[in-house]
Design a protein around this ligand. Structure first.
Ligand code: ZN
Ligand code: ZN
Length: 394
């Protein structure tokens, strides 16, 4: 993306070397209309004239990312354009309340295809396998789709590979930085990582997280376009040394896309599925609130715990903190009999054990809260570092 900086201050009517590269870049991202043969691997030719079409494309780009829509190549716009991002084009959103988008024509996997297989070519790095397994589990936890690894690369629905520069699909990668990955709308199934980037499965400074970018690209494979919501996984740009989880906008998007959630994904009685047994000594515990947790309370507990954990600068909760968590839960669920601090503490410990035992399975099985837009599993993913360190210090 070195061609960007010399373009600072160029304006309509200028003939400046590098503008053709900017035009090619904006064409690929969907801001400039060009005739682009899918079979051709070279980008469409452009000239170095700053014309009206380019000005409009720059304005549209600025609008998509909530920058001042001036159409000018100012420092902020050029710096923004230089950030690492996905190579899939940005699509205008259909409405103003939600930011998620779909591909033109809303291609999707047929309703009968709920179980998708994925595969890698032989020799693909092991940490990519793990990252994609976790990413597929996350999408499965918020959609009716299920994913299964297969060794048979040629027969897989989703084909994931690392590619470099021109790799024969008409969307050449650009070496280190710039475009990180791209994927194709349903039911193509191709997902390409730029093999020239520094990848890692996790959070390491200077490297891109395979799970985060995999989650984003799988969103495309499932039919989601780019979101303008900077908190969404489907936002086109991503930083290095950073892991992102699904945001509300992503979940709203995939749910709008596949509204038919099979009944078996909706728990009838919260997450613990604990039968309410008649108490042996009804009077002895009459003053205690009921021990079973509603989904609302469980989500409120996780949120309250998260807030407390962060307010303690990621420190452990002591006895009085648990009382504050209990009070917070009670205020978030005023209609329900309040839980005690000990009950809150024990419930978090239970969640922690289930999480530690098998995080992907926890995500996959802790599917939906009956609250709709707030999947419990997602809330747990957000605070997994806190859950890992949970203790009962007093
Ligand atoms: Zn993308
Ligand atoms: Zn490709």
């Amino acid at each position: 993306m070195d061609f960007l900086q010399p373009l600072l201050g160029t304006q309509k009517g200028n003939l400046t070397e590098g503008l053709s590269k900017l035009k090619n870049h904006l064409s690929r991202l969907g801001y400039l209309t060009t005739i682009h043969k899918p079979s051709s691997s070279s980008p469409p030719p452009h000239d170095d004239l700053f014309d009206g079409a380019l000005q409009q494309a720059v304005t549209d780009y600025q609008s998509f990312f909530s920058l001042p829509p001036t159409g000018a190549l100012d420092a902020a716009t050029l710096a923004h354009m230089g950030k690492p991002r996905c190579g899939v084009r940005d699509v205008s959103p259909p409405n103003t309340t939600a930011h998620y988008t779909f591909f033109p024509g809303q291609p999707k996997w047929p309703a009968g295809r709920r179980n998708l297989t994925y595969s890698f070519p032989p020799g693909t790095r092991a940490d990519a396998h793990k990252a994609i397994l976790d990413a597929t589990n996350i999408w499965a936890s918020v959609s009716p789709l299920k994913f299964k690894y297969t060794k048979d690369y040629s027969a897989a629905d989703i084909k994931i590979s690392f590619q470099s520069r021109d790799h024969g699909d008409g969307s050449a990668f650009d070496g280190s930085g710039g475009i990180l990955a791209h994927a194709y709308a349903p039911t193509d199934g191709r997902l390409h990582f730029d093999g020239d980037e520094r990848w890692v499965n996790g959070v390491v400074g200077g490297a891109f997280d395979l799970q985060t970018v995999g989650l984003h690209e799988l969103g495309h494979v499932l039919g989601l376009g780019h979101s303008q919501d900077g908190g969404a996984v489907m936002f086109p740009q991503v930083g290095n040394g950073f892991r992102k989880v699904l945001g509300k906008d992503d979940i709203d998007g995939i749910r709008a896309f596949s509204p038919l959630i099979p009944p078996d994904l909706i728990p009838h009685h919260g997450y613990d599925h604990l039968p309410i047994l008649p108490r042996r000594h009804p009077h002895r515990h009459a003053s205690l609130p009921p021990p079973c947790w509603s989904p609302e309370e469980t989500v409120a507990l996780i949120d309250a715990y998260k807030d407390k954990w962060y307010s303690l600068h990621c420190g452990n909760l002591r006895g009085n903190h648990w009382q504050e968590v209990a009070d917070d839960v009670a205020s978030r669920c005023p209609a329900l009999p309040p839980k005690t601090s000990v009950q809150c503490c024990h419930k978090m410990e239970k969640l922690r054990k289930r999480w530690l035992k098998d995080p992907p399975r926890f995500i996959a099985t802790t599917a939906w809260s009956s609250l709709g837009s707030h999947p419990l599993s997602q809330a747990v993913v957000e605070i997994s570092p806190a859950i890992r360190m949970l203790n009962f210090g007093s």
